[in-house]
Design a protein around this ligand. Sequence first.
Ligand code: GDP
Length: 369
Amino acid sequence: GSQAVKCSGCGIAIQTEQPELPGYTPEKAMDRDPVICQRCFRIKNYNEASSVAVDQDEFLRLLSQIGGKNALVIHIVDLFDFEGSLISGLQRFVGNNPVILAVNKIDLLPKVTNWNKVLNWVQKQCKEHGLKTEEIVLCSAKKNQGFDRLLDTVASYRGDRDVYVVGATNVGKSTLINRLIRDYSDLEQELTVSRYPGTTLDMVNIPLDDGRFIIDTPGIVYPWRYSELVTREDLGAVMPDNPLKPAVYQLNEGQTLFFGAMARFDFIQGERQSFTCFVGSRVGIHRTKLERADELYAEHAGELLSPPNRENIGKLPEWTRHEFRIKRGMRMDLFVSGLGWVKVNSDQGALCAIHAPRGVKVLARPSLI
Ligand code: GDP
């Protein structure tokens, strides 16, 4: 049999097939001596962390080791896909270690957002999911907002702890780690990623000036996020890169909104009222009659209704229908993980439905904004 080659940085078994998984090294780098995985190579030579991903089971196995360590955990989530990216089982694994929740991508919300309200909302959601956090920091890795606050918070809880950074894929974890490397290590000296006694192999330990480490864990793949389902081509369309421009629709009962051919919202019953859509600007919204909706989809999905295009539409699972009765007096968002949400504006009550590919997390929540 073949003997597995191990990375001299983190110790993971080297593989040359799948760039997005831990241990990847390009074939042509195999004759380096010693062999090192691409992730460690980048940290060593460019002071730059890059993303790798593992499935939930593998991730929980990694997480279960944190409880026994002297750790400060930074749990990073994507505000645009909050319920989709939150690691709701985290509390069971971290033990008594402090957790800082970094809520990233706040640049995607409209500029006029009431941030205190957002912070309260995040606090409530954490409580609901049984997550204890020492501190919640709203930030944008892209726009460099909230980072000073985050670094101050890290400094005040760190003491002699190692800093474990955990998050789902695409939440901005690498961007954050690169910032931490820049702040906490001496860049004149080459970083040497190293094996750290007792940790599993798929975490990368990045040494800091004071002898402690930042531990980069792989990004967790959550199958219920739209962003994990779509092709690379369509990922750019569902993941907004500019602040969301809320689109307001006055609807009568019996009207439907299509979000490209990605999902559909039906207003089934209720007084005429307005609904606000928060989706990326490249997802075209199309209004029609509920009774015409199935026919429209059958005829025009992938064309008039896009993205995805005709070719990629077959790669998504069939749609499932989720019905919601919003009670009088409630202000709710109907949320589709990774795609966005529809805010029900009136508190008159409404009967609605969302159609989205099977497996995508769809839920009603108190309005974010
Ligand atoms: P990782 O997979 O968690 O390591 O995330 P990355 O740091 O690679 O970022 C994933 C994607 O999200 C990239 O396309 C980034 O440009 C984008 N991204 C990261 N941080 C932000 C942010 O604060 N705002 C916005 N709008 N996009 C971000």
